[in-house]
Design a protein around this ligand. Sequence first.
Ligand SMILES: [Zn+2]
Length: 502
Amino acid sequence: MTLRQYILSLAAMALVCCSATHPAYAQLNLFGNFDHGSLQSWSGDLNTIQLVGRENHPTTSGWRWMYFQATGVNGAQPNFSINQSFAGGNSALNNHEMVYSYDNENWLFFDNNQRSGTLYSFSNNSTFTSDEVYVAYAQPYSYGRSATHTAQVLASPWAQPTSSGDTNGVIGKTPLAIDDLGRLVPQKDIFAYRITNPATDSATPKRKVVITTGVHAGEVLGTHTFQGLVDWLISDDSRAARLRDDVEFFAYPTMNAAGRFAGTSRSTVENPNQDPNGLWHPSLWTTHADIRANGEAMLADVVSTPGSTVDAFIDFHSTIPSSPGDDFAFIEISEGDADAPWWQELRTLQPNVEQVESTGTNWTTANFGDLLLNADVDITFETQFGKSRPLSHYHTTGENFGIAFYNAWVQVANPDEADFDEDGDVDSSDLATWQQNYGLTSTATHFQGDTTADQDVDGADFLTWQQQSGNGVPVLAANTVVPEPSTLWLAACLFAVAAWRR
Ligand SMILES: [Zn+2]
């Protein structure tokens, strides 16, 4: 680091610190100088605020990511406007909706969003109720959030650092570089982790799934979807537990850590004029340290472990409204990737998801997965901005990837059996499942306690459990638990209650 760089870094850090801890301003102020923030400049007053976006998109002019804090706005009802020169085409703003939050955690959509003349504008029908408000292009996902989430995941018994990572899951650092606003961006840790049940590692080679996100810095909804999948994979859901026995997931949550921190719309800080999703080959990443760190870690973590085939590679992005008009995947349909049972399961669980033939021939992350990690199926998954969707939509979509893997890959018990948790025996935990879900109608799965395919959890399903457990007849495995007499008595009582409630 030169002296000039050092001074710049002190200045940059000071700005970040101040923005994080300043007292509430009495007068109007806007700034984006914090983790993931993005605002070129602004002017105006409490009635009308003109925004200037950072036109730092590497392949097309215009702004795309925006995220700032406004202070001194309590009781105000400003109309925000910004030039519609939007990277990817200004028509992408026709149906877009900006979001705001008072706590930087819970986000609401602005009431009015429209393109008119040369401006895109947005406002609310009522006044702000707090002196400080955050405003963003979509629900943000800061670099710090990824770091915190990674630590939470690694605290789970079902996640470990990958072979190339240290105990905190750090596989490398981004290089020092100056962003388009002239700020020196500090080095940022790059993370990875592996999710599986380590107790089953010595069993037969496991299926492998590689998941990545954040290569395009501003595509935050993809990272929310990624988190939805990860949170489900380490959850107490019995299906996730069974999946962890058979599958190992290699996860790379910070593919463009410095770009996300600096608030770029797409590029890394190191190479602001290049799209980072085309440099995923050892011959191309020699001058792209952050891409190289992720790529070399994936090669070391995944290819070197037993069983060389990767079953699925998914790179989570998000997209502006475009064809086909909803969340979709770039997938090699002509090569049969879309026929993969887990992908078909996902589309059943998530009917809004569409598929588009992947025709890209450059070194995208997905092609890296396809050709250098030998993935059977490689997908660039695009969740769409601007659909008035709460974050739960993206979390559920992520969960559904996990459930799709379970449905396609894990041996499902005979649906007539009362082994609801599908662990190979009919026992008290299956009774607990039935009890917990008793009364479900029309939507119940075998997993929730339905043995009669009527999608209800009712007394008939209990009778199945009683017969299969009470008789002590092994259903799937030799270790079927024969309930103690007291358990049988409890079961009889429950059945009586069930019959009464019907
Ligand atoms: Zn993207």
